[in-house]
Design a protein around this ligand. Structure first.
Ligand SMILES: *Cc1c(COP(=O)(O)O)cnc(C)c1O
Length: 452
């Protein structure tokens, strides 16, 4: 076809609008129609295009892309239970339903229903935190980074905080203990060495200007070999002797001991040991929404409640609703139902059964070689650096599509499926996939591999 005829076959914008105006906003249709027709026009002029037959399809494809939300539900088949990239802890259904209920209406967020006057949003949740951890008081802020900041800023502004050199960690996303310390106005006093710190190191660093003894959970790494650190118990007795409060940044927000080998110490246990303050994240091992949780001595937490910075770190009603309902599940002894805890504690056999189930479905697909293999997974995401969980994966190899390419196709499917690549094969780890997601993954494979 000659260029003139081709150019004439490009539809007018009004035609395109007519066709799509019932399914998409008119302004968006116009914009996309202009973009696509202009592109086709220049491609024709450059001799790169021989046909315009597919133009309506192309416009529709672009329109669908345009109206999709950017934030999307994805299927995590990486085996990493706490993954910051993938949104950390998924919420329990009942928690999400409660968030929905509170978020879509008015609530008593800061209103005391009994007395008919202004209340405090923190008091809604403080009782739960006290009951679950045994602490005198509790406070909720935006995230654990905010919690660390608030503790340091309130108790150690212009004064010294003693920390082991082995615990001056970077958590990821640029959160570094020395940096947050500087921002808070506290003066960092490093003691010990990278691999070994003794209680005498803390002892000799104490001066009349020492405000806090701080211990930080390493979260995302562990050290082996010639190493030594001071336990929380030891630090506590030094704190008692000198009258200096001890603060433990536990990081993961593990509330209770789950009886897992290689587990870190829970917030409840830290309070039992006698830590003056403990903080952790709401959306790591606690399994709730993003939040920072501080529990400990009432006099210290009262000071934080009066810090004007608290206003900058306060949580929204959706967070409070999510956190309250999550904590309620713990109080009712139903915490094994919380997705993160379920994934952590689920038996090998159950994971294997799920892998076999998915494997069986995928075996029906052309040119796809499917195996079910045993693997070891790390829960990850700044928690349990020493814990390895046995897991089962569906291991895939396509006759014509490289693992990298297959991984990309799945990542761009609906819903996106994220796996990992090992030795030229794509692994779908079934520890982080729920039963309901198995048919969804199967559907993604059917439509993705049907197309190629
Ligand atoms: C994850 C983590 C933080 C940061 O917590 P966020 O909730 O992500 O802000 C701080 N300290 C430690 C030890 C952590 O593991």
């Amino acid at each position: 076809m000659d260029r003139r005829r081709l150019l004439r076959s490009i539809p007018q914008i009004s035609k395109v609008v007519e066709r799509f105006k019932d399914s998409f906003p008119e302004e968006v249709v116009k914009r996309v129609a202009r973009e696509v027709t202009q592109r086709y026009r220049s491609e024709i002029m450059e001799g790169k295009r021989e046909s315009t037959e597919d133009i309506f399809e192309e416009i529709e494809r672009r329109l669908k892309e345009r109206v999709k939300t950017k934030l999307r539900r994805v299927i995590n088949a990486t085996g990493v239970i706490i993954s910051t990239n993938l949104g950390r802890a998924p919420l329990h259904k009942e928690v999400a339903e409660f968030v929905y209920e509170i978020a879509t209406g008015y609530s008593n967020l800061e209103y005391d229903l009994l007395r008919g006057e202004r209340g405090s949003r923190n008091s809604l949740i403080e009782d739960y935190l006290r009951e679950l951890t045994g602490a005198e008081a509790g406070l909720v802020v935006n995230n654990n980074a905010g919690a660390v900041f608030l503790v340091l800023n309130t108790l150690a502004h212009g004064r010294e905080v003693v920390v082991s050199r082995g615990e001056l960690v970077e958590i990821g996303g640029g959160f570094r203990i020395p940096d947050i310390m500087r921002c808070s106005g506290a003066v960092l006093v490093e003691v010990g060495t990278t691999n070994r710190t003794r209680i005498s190191d803390y002892e000799s660093a104490i001066s009349e200007n020492t405000a806090l003894l701080m211990k930080v959970h390493r979260s995302n790494f562990y050290m082996e070999g010639f190493v030594g650190e001071v336990s929380l118990e030891e630090l506590m007795s030094l704190g008692k002797k000198t009258g200096i409060p001890v603060y433990y940044d536990g990081g993961s927000g593990l509330l209770l001991d789950l009886g897992l080998e290689g587990s870190e110490v829970s917030m409840r246990r830290c309070v039992e040991i006698g830590a003056d303050l403990v903080s952790g994240s709401g959306d790591k091992l606690l399994g709730g929404p993003q939040a920072g949780i501080i529990v400990g001595r009432k006099d210290l937490i009262d000071k934080m409640k009066k810090n004007p910075m608290l206003r900058c770190l306060r949580v929204d009603k959706m967070t409070l609703a999510g956190l309250e309902m999550t904590l309620k599940l713990y109080l009712e002894g139903r915490h094994k139902e919380i997705p993160v805890i379920r994934m952590l504690t689920e038996s090998e056999e159950t994971v294997k059964r799920r892998a076999v189930r998915l494997g069986r479905i995928l075996k029906g697909l052309d040119k796809l070689e499917v195996r079910v293999i045993k693997e070891r997974a790390r829960p990850g995401g700044g928690s349990f650096p020493e814990l390895e969980l046995p897991t089962y994966c569906v291991s895939l190899k396509h006759e014509e599509i490289e693992a990298e390419e297959l991984s990309k196709i799945l990542r761009n499917s609906d819903p996106p499926v994220i796996g990992r690549i090992k030795e030229g094969r794509l692994l779908l780890d079934m520890r982080t996939v729920s039963e309901e997601e198995v048919p969804l993954i199967a559907g993604v494979f059917r439509s993705a591999l049907g197309k190629v």
